[in-house]
Ligand binder design. Sequence first.
Ligand SMILES: [Zn+2]
Length: 434
Amino acid sequence: MEANILISNCTIISMTAKGIIENGVIAIKNDEITYVGKQTTAPKITAEKLLDAQGKVAIPGLINCHTHLAMTLFRGIAEDQPLRTWLTDTIWPLEAKLQPKDVYSGALLGCLEMIKTGTTTLADMYYHEDQVAQAVEKAGLRAVLTQGTIEIGDPRIGEKTLKNSISFATKYHGYADGRVTTRLGPHAVYTCSQELLAKVRETASKLNLGIQIHLAESKEMMKQIRKEHNLGEVELLKKIGFLGSDVLAAHCIHLIKKEMKLLAMHNVKVAHNPVANMKLAQGTAKIKDLRDLGIVVGLGTDGPASNNTLDMFETMKVAALLQKLHYQDPTVLPAYTVLKMATIEAAKALGIENSIGSIEIGKKADILLIDFKTPHLTPLHNVYANIVYSAHGSDVHTVIANGKILMENREVETLNENEVIHKAQTTAFRLAAN
Ligand SMILES: [Zn+2]
């Protein structure tokens, strides 16, 4: 059997019914996994690139279900403020100044951070999204990208931003050898009118594209919607026929049982961003309740301005801790479930579970090797617990995406690390200065 890359001597966390495979081998041919199994029963495999993964654990590349990559530029710029002040006094005025090239350097910094912390797929929503697509292409990552649609009381802005969203989505769907797919993305119920949201739904169905939206994030905004329409955000979306299995709703914090049931009935997917929700003190999404209703929940970081990292290991741990605390029950969201929410369930949330999210034959080769020969990952009693509760993004040793090595022994191969950092730093300071 011939392969391009052969990983040997590793513990494989398959995230399939096969569970954990000790002393495993993984063969990769082009962009696909062509063999997964025990070393002792494997056929003879020859490969151009051999990776001896002694002492390392292979897991599927992590999937970040909600971010705004270019906001790396605003990391640390407005700290410890209420959401409204944070948005109106700092973030929105800065975003108004963003040029396409700025978004590119911010997105590239985000891509670099993702590679260095083991994320291989991201779902992003922002302005100048073509620049994000190009950064993703260069970095070698996989992404579901959305050029945001927003209205803020002016239908002309709504129409213009929807037009831009559609033209981005049609141009970039399948870009970068199919690593990039696109969706439509109305920002939120409180920033888009019913008419605009209905138009987005109609277009998404016609073009067979999914939708990403922020939902039930702020109590204050939800009250405003209820006052204006005498309906909650979810009921409003239901009324206009917006809800569907292709909708990925970020946050979903302030939901009552009835609204959760509506989401479950329409098979809406949820992106849970525990760190950003805690930092902006927006509240705790009831993830156990959502999952008990059968709703697919993937994890996300949200933008690095409200997180302040893109490290999905940190997000996994915080997700678990927050839910345990909220339900006053340490059995809620065990380590394996949390890892699912950053791999196979996250893939389901993005509608790409047939290509990624687990290590199995026929799937795209998106794989991490985590170095377990470190004090904080010793001893190894429970590999899932060590990954979720003890590991950091900096323990990721090697990253493979779409069959290509993006990082080996922490050396990034697709990007010049110093250049990317320097450019982003200069851009961020320039934006903050004037
Ligand atoms: Zn967001």
